[in-house]
Each structure stands twice: as C-alpha cells, then as structure tokens.
Design a protein around this ligand. Structure first.
Ligand SMILES: [Zn+2]
Length: 377
C-alpha cells in the first residue's frame, strides 16, 4: 500500500467548493448530462461542517443530493440500487474531510461556533478518533526506544513491551533494522535492565542518524527519528464490509506513514479518499442499475477552514483526486488527478442553471397549503 500516497498533490490543486461545484456541473453537462434530470449524491461524513458543500451542490444541481455517505466519508455502496432510481443522470461526490485553522496553520482542528467557548475541536473527529490509539502507541515507542554508549559501545535500548512479540495488538519494531543481528537472529542483549534491554546498534541505522544521539551515560530517546520504515502496527479490526471499522481498515496499512507525517489528519483523509475511490469505483462499474446511464463519480478531500467571527459556514476547499465517468452512449473513462483538475479548470464557474435558494424556499412558503386527508375514499 506504500504507493497509495504517490501522486496525490494537495497544495496547488485545491479550489473553493463554491467554484468547484459549478465547474463540476458544467463538466457533466459537457458530457451530455441533461439539465433538470441530474440527481446529485454525496458520500460525506455526517459532521455539520459538511453542510455548506451540500447546500452548494443543491444550489448548482437544483436538487438536494441523495445521501450515499457514512461517518468518516465512507461510500455506502449498498445504496447504489436505490440511488439509481432517483435520477436519469447521476453524479456522486465522495469526500473525506479535514479541518484547517488559518491562525495556527494546523490541519485537523476546526472551530465550532455552537459550543460555549468556540473552542477548536478535532475534524474529522471520526478519523482522528480512529488514529488516537495508533498515535499513542507511536508516542510510547518514540519515548521508550533510546540510544546510549555503554562500556564504549553504541547501543539501542528497547523497552521490554516493545520486544514482546506475543502481544495481540500494538506497535511492533522491524527489529533487524535496529539491532546488529547475529546471522539473521536477534542476538543476546548486550545488557539487561529492569524494564528494557540494550543491544548493539545496527551500523546502517547508526550511520543514518545524527551522532548527537549517542552520549556516554545518557539515554537519548529516538523521538521523531522513529520513521515509518522502522515499525508496523498490529490490531484486530472488523472485516465487515462498510461496518464500524471500514475507515480503520482503509487506513491501517498506511498508519506508520500517517502517524509520522506532519499533519496526520490530512494524510489520513487523503488515504481514505484514495481507498474509497478505488473501492467504490469497482462497485459502481459492476452495478447493474447503473448500466446505460450517464454517471460521474468524483472523489476528493474537503478542507474545512474554520469560520471566523461573523461567518456562518466554513470556507470549504475541495482537492479533487480522481473521477470515473460513463455516458449513455457507452463511453467510460477514468480521470486521474491532473487530468481531472484540468477538466474542471477548463469549465466556467458561471452556472446559468443554478437556483436561488432563498427564492426557491420563499416559493415553497408561498405555495397554498395542501391538506393531508386521512378519510378513506
Ligand atoms: Zn468527519
């Protein structure tokens, strides 16, 4: 799964959601999708800060989107059949999300206006909740692997818990990278302490690390030098399809990369979007009820920028990742991130078919009452 993060670029490929949606609408129209016959659908997290994108989709597509999403930005693929009956032409938008706090430049934080102290909170809370256990395991390992010089020899000191391979769950070291092995086997410890053991350091690792980590009579923790290639996680996760642990399953193989990255919440959202696009794409192309229909499936990340004083909604930015498009004439193709971005940018941000929400709501309010009859005919 290492290749997953490969070509996903974030910084130069994002656009405001308010510009993304009209471009997507116009792009779908350019493929022959019919005005007034498009049913949009979204697979977003249940968080309230995903509401503004949904309002924008409603405005530009002229219909409230079908709900294809589960918490964490998982696509409910068992809803394909029902969804297919709701529109002639279909547009599914999947997005994982991550908060962003402009004052601190931090991803994963979001200011909630409806709580007493307007405090910053985790966003996406579900993704950060899943990552919590992995981040704690990683933090323990960063503190409990250390380097020292004992009797003139460079050693690595490893906590006994990290050396216990009979654990059912936890962070596990790629031990051969740390320890100078003895013809392929872990050698006897150089020294045994009450809660840890010291081993002669693998010279390759020693050469890669700064000399300052080795000090006579002092233990220097590995800290951030504990990079993703040096460990892995083991944890029992439910295999149920789109069950409670689907998000964790999506992220689990990439967790060493996620916990060691500068912005774990952002990288987790990215990985989830990549896995969900691939996973949902396969269910879409094999779905009978989609056959012969115009359909676009697009996946990306929503970056929720905390609302500032006086703002009602977040300024959401969308980072497109990939799209699958099929038309009634039997054309079907994938758009990779760069092609998708170019296709979107080539479209106008002006959408003459958009609805004015307040006018549409007013029109409904002005409509004469419809009496609901309970009398049998
Ligand atoms: Zn969320």
């Amino acid at each position: 799964m290492q290749y997953l993060m490969g070509d996903f670029k974030i910084s130069e490929r994002m656009m405001r959601f308010s510009l993304f949606v009209p471009r997507l609408y116009n792009l779908c129209r350019s493929y022959g999708f019919e005005k007034g016959m498009i049913m949009p659908s979204r697979a977003f997290c249940s968080d309230e800060n995903q509401g503004f994108p949904i309002i924008l989709i409603t405005k530009h597509f002229g219909a409230f989107p079908f709900n294809h999403g589960m918490v964490g930005g998982i696509v409910a693929t068992d809803r394909h059949g029902a969804y297919a009956h709701h529109g002639k032409d279909l547009v599914i938008i999947q997005a994982s999300h991550v908060g962003y706090e402009p004052e601190t430049g931090q991803f994963g934080a979001y200011r909630r206006l409806q709580v007493d102290d307007k405090r910053q909170d985790a966003s996406c809370g579900k993704i950060l909740g899943v990552m919590d256990w992995y981040l704690k395991e990683y933090a323990f390992a960063k503190e409990n692997i250390s380097f020292s010089i004992i009797d003139g020899k460079a050693v690595v000191l490893i906590d006994n818990q990290l050396l216990d391979h009979n654990r059912e769950a936890g962070i596990f070291l790629n031990i051969h990278q740390f320890v100078a092995m003895d013809s392929g086997n872990i050698p006897e410890p150089f020294k045994v302490f009450s809660t840890s053991k010291a081993f002669r350091i693998n010279p390759e690792l020693k050469n890669r690390l700064p000399k300052s980590l080795w000090q006579e009579g002092k233990r220097v923790p590995v800290g951030k030098k504990l990079t993703a290639n040096l460990f892995y996680f083991k944890k029992r996760v439910s295999e149920a399809l789109e069950g409670r642990d689907q998000l964790e399953r999506n992220l689990s193989h990439s967790m060493p990369r996620i916990v060691t990255s500068t912005f774990p919440g952002l990288l987790a959202a990215q990985v989830n979007t990549q896995v969900e696009f691939d996973r949902a794409y396969r269910t879409i192309v094999s779905e009978d009820s989609y056959k012969g229909k115009n359909l676009a499936f697009i996946a990306g990340i929503n970056i929720d920028i905390s609302p500032q004083q006086g703002q009602l909604f977040p300024i959401t930015k969308f980072v497109p990742w990939a799209a699958y498009v099929q038309t009634r004439d039997g054309e079907a193709f994938l758009l990779e991130q760069k092609e998708l971005l170019e296709a979107l940018l080539s479209q106008s941000t002006d959408n003459p078919d958009r609805i004015e929400m307040s006018r549409a709501i007013q029109a409904m309010e002005d409509t004469p009452e419809v009496k609901i009859e309970f009398e049998s005919q």
